[in-house]
Design a protein around this ligand. Structure first.
Ligand code: PEP
Length: 451
């Protein structure tokens, strides 16, 4: 099996899996089917999918402040996108379970020694002394997911997303006056609309008190996913079916999408809406064969194709994939995840120190990974235009982001440069858009639909 985890202690693995099998589902079939229906709307161009969250979620992120920051950000971004597209937005967080990370290499060389790579908090620890896979982490992953989800649910139920409450939209970081004015105009338009609805009582008809927020992660660790897969009644027809209850939506990564592989075999058996990462190495015929396997009934919106080519390759690759999928008769959600990554060399004369995580590992040898805000926007914008030209539509965006003020991606109206990366670079995996950059991405995307 691709990306499989080799544990030293099989008895401990059995114990962990048995425990997981006995624990209750984290999400319900009713919620999963509701999401599937919403994604059908997205596939038909009647709604937009916003998916975002950390590249690698850590157990330590299961804490009040980072969770609040992330839900506030996703909520604000969704309001901006609703303003832009005049259609509902389906909100999905990469959260409450996005622990396992696929790796190109299972080992890395540190200080001349080969040690296991960090594969996500549910498998091993980032600390060098903690790299041996530990099955007890799977049970810990369940409880951290449960605690995160419980807090999200309680916040939403207690009015966190109540649009009657004024939102704080800080735009003071925007350096360019014209851009600031444009963003301010969008915020004013949104707040005035909400206030108008309140005044005329239009907010009574459809509740503005709360919103749906779905959870998602890469379905990478199959033993974990299997333990949380339960035969439950489908509320739409009362039949017992297999639901993955670890999250509302899971996706197949680019490294585990082999047609005859274990991951595809697992994914074809579940009722949840699913995602498939589509990268530069995906052949057109492979993509349609994959869709036939995981969605033989060609249910509209059951599959979200998360395209990730990089801005240099998208023009060559996306049109072929669109044509292939159209000819196959599948109607999917087309979502774009901008891939662009560059290595920023750490300069010897850098005055500000990096966090210890980079002092003792990758930074010294190979530099650190960053993303250019403008390249992310260029790939998203190219996806939007290419879909328009081919009679399909970009149904959603998938962004690695955090609600915190990190400095991991350069650019954006805050003007972050390579030299600023050391200020607050805390990701344990790929660089994330910070709260301001992510909100700005939403402003820019909304603009395409208004123009
Ligand atoms: C991810 O989304 O977590 C991931 C591994 O993505 P990609 O391979 O698309 O960078």
């Amino acid at each position: 099996m691709q990306q499989s985890v080799i544990y030293d202690d099989q008895k401990a693995v059995e114990k962990a899996l048995q425990k997981l099998e006995s624990l209750p589902p984290l999400v319900s079939p009713t919620e999963i089917i509701k999401l599937r229906n919403s994604l059908r709307e997205v596939a038909l161009g009647k709604a937009f999918l916003l998916q975002g969250g950390d590249c690698a979620e850590l157990f330590d992120y299961c804490s009040e402040e980072p969770i609040d920051a992330k839900i506030k950000l996703l909520l604000q971004m969704s309001l901006v996108l609703i303003w832009g597209g005049h259609i509902p937005v389906v909100r999905m967080a990469r959260m409450a379970g996005q622990f396992a990370k696929p790796r190109s290499s299972m080992t890395e060389i540190i200080d001349g020694k080969e040690i296991p790579s960090f594969r996500g908090d549910n498998i091993n620890g980032f600390d060098l002394a903690d790299r041996t896979p530990d099955p007890a982490r799977l049970v810990s992953a369940y409880f951290h997911s449960a605690a995160t989800l419980n807090y999200v649910r309680s916040q939403l139920a207690s009015g966190f997303a109540d649009l009657h409450r004024p939102f704080e939209w800080t735009l003071s970081h925007v350096q360019n006056d014209r851009t600031k004015q444009e963003y301010q105009a969008i915020v004013s338009s949104i707040t005035e609309t909400i206030s108008f609805m309140r005044t005329v009582g239009a907010d009574q008809a459809r509740s503005l008190d709360t919103v749906d927020l779905y959870t998602s992660h890469e379905g990478l660790h199959l033993e974990y996913e299997q333990c949380l897969t339960r035969s439950l009644k489908d509320p739409s027809d009362g039949q017992r079916k297999w639901f993955n209850t670890s999250a509302h939506f899971i996706w197949i990564g680019d490294r585990t999408r082999q047609l005859d592989g274990a991951h595809v075999e697992y994914f074809r058996g579940i009722e949840n809406p699913i995602g498939i990462k589509v990268g530069p190495s995906m052949k057109n015929e492979e993509l349609t064969a994959l869709l036939d396997i995981v969605n033989p009934r060609k249910e509209i919106g059951k599959v979200t194709l998360i395209t990730r080519y990089g801005r240099a390759k998208i023009h060559d690759l996306l049109p072929g994939h669109i044509k292939g999928v159209k000819n196959s008769g599948h109607v999917v959600v087309w979502q774009c995840k901008a891939l662009f990554l560059k290595i920023h060399r750490v300069l010897a004369d850098m005055t500000r120190p990096f966090l210890p995580v980079f002092r003792n590992t990758r930074s010294s040898a190979s530099g650190i990974k960053t993303r250019q805000f403008s390249s992310i926007i260029e790939e998203l914008s190219a996806a939007h235009c290419i879909h328009k030209e081919h009679g399909t539509h970009l149904g959603g965006v998938h962004l690695e982001l955090t609600g915190d003020a990190v400095t991991e991606c350069v650019g954006g109206s805050q003007g972050l440069t390579d030299d600023d990366l050391s200020l607050n670079y805390t990701t344990y995996c790929d660089p994330r858009l910070n709260n301001k950059q992510a909100l700005e991405a939403a402003f820019l995307i909304a603009g395409w639909y208004r123009d």
